[in-house]
Design a protein around this ligand. Structure first.
Ligand code: ZN
Length: 74
């Protein structure tokens, strides 16, 4: 019984790590030089003025690039 409890303690942090669903979802960014945000939808009007390309990347990557969530679609 003690062993089982120990196993649970070790497994819990692992479980919470794999439930990072939000981080795995993809967002849309504009590759233009003035773009600083990421979008939930590639049809967002914030992307209309995009001077570069619209690219789908993971949310984690977008955050790593220092992007903020778009105020229009988020
Ligand atoms: Zn947007």
């Amino acid at each position: 019984m003690k062993k089982l409890l120990l196993l649970m303690v070790f497994c819990l942090p692992l479980l919470s790590m794999t439930t990072g669903v939000e981080e795995a979802s993809s967002v849309y960014i504009c590759t233009g030089p003035k773009a600083t945000v990421y979008h939930l939808s590639n049809k967002c009007r914030g992307l209309n003025r995009c001077s570069g390309e619209i690219k789908a990347i993971s949310l984690a990557d977008a955050k790593e690039m220092g992007r903020r969530a778009c105020k229009i679609c988020y």
